[in-house]
Write a protein that binds this ligand. Sequence first.
Ligand SMILES: NC(=O)c1ccc[n+]([C@@H]2O[C@H](COP(=O)([O-])OP(=O)(O)OC[C@H]3O[C@@H](n4cnc5c(N)ncnc54)[C@H](O)[C@@H]3O)[C@@H](O)[C@H]2O)c1
Length: 311
Amino acid sequence: MIKHVAVIGSGVMGHGIAQLYALAGFSVSLYDLQEELLHKAKASVEQSLDLLEKEGVITEQDKSSALERIVLTTDLQQAVAEADVITEAVPEVIELKWQLFAQLEQFAKPEAIIASNTSTFSIARLIEKAKLPHRFIITHFFNPAQLVPLVEIVRHEQTAEEVVTATVKLMERIGKAPVLLKKDVPGFIANRLQTALMREAFHLLEEGVASAEDIDTVMKAGIGFRWAFVGPIETADFGGLDTWQRVMDNLAPELDQSITAPQIISEHVNKGELGTKSGAGIYSYEHVSVADRLHARDEQFIRLTKLKNER
Ligand SMILES: NC(=O)c1ccc[n+]([C@@H]2O[C@H](COP(=O)([O-])OP(=O)(O)OC[C@H]3O[C@@H](n4cnc5c(N)ncnc54)[C@H](O)[C@@H]3O)[C@@H](O)[C@H]2O)c1
């Protein structure tokens, strides 16, 4: 029975994952390299729980119990000693993940599940150096992890059946919509779909077809509006497969086929313009509060979840 969860790495994804487990009643050890990072992560969890309370999703009691269930630590051995499930959310550097997995195999309980939140590595690559590959699985949360329902689960043929079953159940228990992939492909499903769309969005921007604002409006007012309730395969069925056959035959050759990041992104990166985190990206964030913008985004996601749950 799963009671104790350890989350390794308390950054953008780790703190949200820790919050999810704590709200669902698990005791959580949250590990990072420095105390300061852990305190920042706990403050972010508190803010997110405040918002959920304000929106009527949880009670004040739920909030304080969840916060009490999260124990912060910079001692890896202590973090994982009691853990039934360990979720890693350290940076996307394979050597770092391998190094961590070797330590986890040494410190964790023999039956503990080791789940990676990798966005890009295949499970085959992740377990290349593992001594106990049957314990490894991918649970890929979507940012912000505490609010977006999707979790993609990727197993290896060596992953134990019990690990797969327990992981799917665990994701359901913490309120997620898990999708178990049938094959181990890079980028899984969500990031492949998203990358295909992003490539064309930036191509249209580079070609001067529309402004960034207008491209974003097309998504938010059109495609994205539909996609919160109707998936792409359903869209094809609803629109008529004969129509979609013509659309794809006519348009597919017109679409961007690049196999590297768009030049416009690389130019901004080279200038140190990384988006909200550096105050400038495609848009400027010089005179706006990024914290307010993220708060508003989270508020909208919570309201969308409520709306979707009404169905
Ligand atoms: N940010 C996203 O939108 C997103 C979405 C889905 C998946 N992911 C994946 O989640 C993982 C984490 O991404 P993130 O965006 O949270 O990164 P992040 O940089 O925000 O956080 C990573 C955290 O790990 C800590 N860390 C670094 N080295 C460590 C080590 N050796 N042991 C323990 N902790 C260590 C860092 O101090 C930091 O707090 C990556 O694999 C990433 O690809 C990210």
